[in-house]
Design a protein around this ligand. Structure first.
Ligand code: KIV
Ligand code: ZN
Length: 385
């Protein structure tokens, strides 16, 4: 099976989330957990951004054992020098250098012509290659770039020595079909494209970052970039835990494998949420509080009879203890009696029916039925017996 490299950028693009600021100790803790999770590459920061970022990248590069550590640099010598300062300690130093290639970015942000952008990219890759054995080149805003121009700059980047080419959807504008087609276009039109790894990097502005990443993989991407919990600029990046689980659960559809240790997902997600201060929405796929919670009677009854009726992912797969049958107004007798038993109550049929009736009346008035509520109802019923 084709192996997909997992490139985690929680500590760089993820830290670019508004309101998130991680200190070096926090970054190190996350980096160690990412290593346990099994990511292949981790982008530890943007060394030219600040002395603190440079130091964090250096410390991570000297600590992490398994993953390859990288840092971001614009296509300018001073950024590449800062990245080298931070990463030279690494066993196999890897640089991530980028320049924007879309008309709007080249005209208004860079104020460079397309030819100048190609020249800047080539010079920076050649400069970086003097130090770094592995150079990844990213064409920022690749998705909104002219396809012929993109193919041209990618060809020149490969000639200059880049061994990984990343084609980001920087503003989360692509649909899965279109994003996949861009990868196919590069495969079909760039000479020597098979000598490099193609990487996808998706933002979630239209909620399609994960779907777009999967479409890129279907169309030849060998590396997928993202963050834990989908942290990142604006609406975030592709959530790596979702990508990893989707590739695993739908192996039949994607036919690829990763090095991820999926049962480290829950721990990694919790750690990132805690240290970044970014709460995880309850209904978030894979790691949300409700991802394995069943509330309605029909679902609870089904899951109690056979979990796969309503669960396509086992909680254990991602390191979650168990599923949860939440008792609320939609819950049924089966789940209620199951919970009563697990709380140590052995009521006869009639008492159980009476307790269930009281529970339903309370559930109509109260949004969430707590364990204390159940204790009260069941104990009172037991005392009546
Ligand atoms: O979204 C983006 O284009 C980026 C690049 C720097 C790779 O984060
Ligand atoms: Zn990004």
């Amino acid at each position: 099976m084709r192996k997909i490299d997992i490139f985690d950028t929680t500590l760089r693009d993820g830290e670019q989330s508004a309101g998130v600021n991680l200190n070096t100790a926090e970054k190190l803790e996350i980096a160690k957990q990412l290593d346990r999770f099994g990511v292949d590459i981790m982008e530890a920061g943007f060394p030219a951004a600040s002395p603190g970022d440079l130091d964090a990248v250096r410390q991570i590069a000297s600590t992490i054992q398994n993953a390859s550590v990288t840092g971001l640099a614009r296509s300018v010598k001073s950024d590449i020098d800062a990245a080298w300062e931070a990463l030279k300690i690494a066993e196999c130093p890897r640089l991530h250098v980028f320049i924007a290639t879309s008309p709007v970015h080249m005209t208004y942000k860079l104020k460079q012509t397309p030819d100048q952008v190609v020249q800047t990219a080539v010079e920076s890759i050649k400069y970086a290659k003097q130090f770094f054995p592995i150079v990844q080149f990213s064409a920022e805003d690749a998705f909104r770039s002219d396809r012929e121009f993109l193919a041209h700059i990618v060809e020149e980047a490969i000639k200059a020595g880049a061994s990984v080419i990343n084609l980001p959807d920087t503003v989360g504008y692509a649909t899965p079909k279109e994003y996949g087609a861009m990868f196919k276009y590069m495969k079909d039109n760039v000479p020597n494209i098979d000598r490099v790894k193609l990487s996808c990097h998706c933002h979630n502005d239209l909620g399609m970052a994960v779907a777009n990443s999967l479409a890129a993989i279907e169309n030849g991407a060998d590396q997928v970039e993202g963050t834990i919990n989908g942290l990142g600029e604006r609406a975030g990046n592709a959530a790596l835990e979702e990508v990893g689980v989707a590739l695993h659960i739908r192996k039949d559809a994607y036919h690829v494998e990763t090095n991820l240790t999926l049962n480290e997902i829950k721990r990694t997600s919790q750690l990132v949420s805690q240290l970044s201060g970014m709460m995880i929405q309850a209904n978030k796929a894979v790691v949300g509080k409700n991802a394995f919670a069943h509330e309605s009677g029909i679902h609870q009854d089904g899951v109690l009879k056979e979990p796969t009726t309503y669960e396509i992912i086992t909680p254990e797969l991602i390191g979650e203890e168990s599923n949860q049958l939440v008792l609320g107004k939609h819950s049924g007798r089966h789940a209620f009696s199951d919970r009563a038993k697990s709380m140590g109550f052995d009521l006869d049929k009639e008492s159980l029916n009476q307790a269930f009736k009281e529970f339903k009346q309370l559930a109509d008035r109260k949004k969430e039925i707590t364990a204390e509520d159940l204790w009260t109802i069941l104990t009172q019923q037991q005392l009546k017996d």
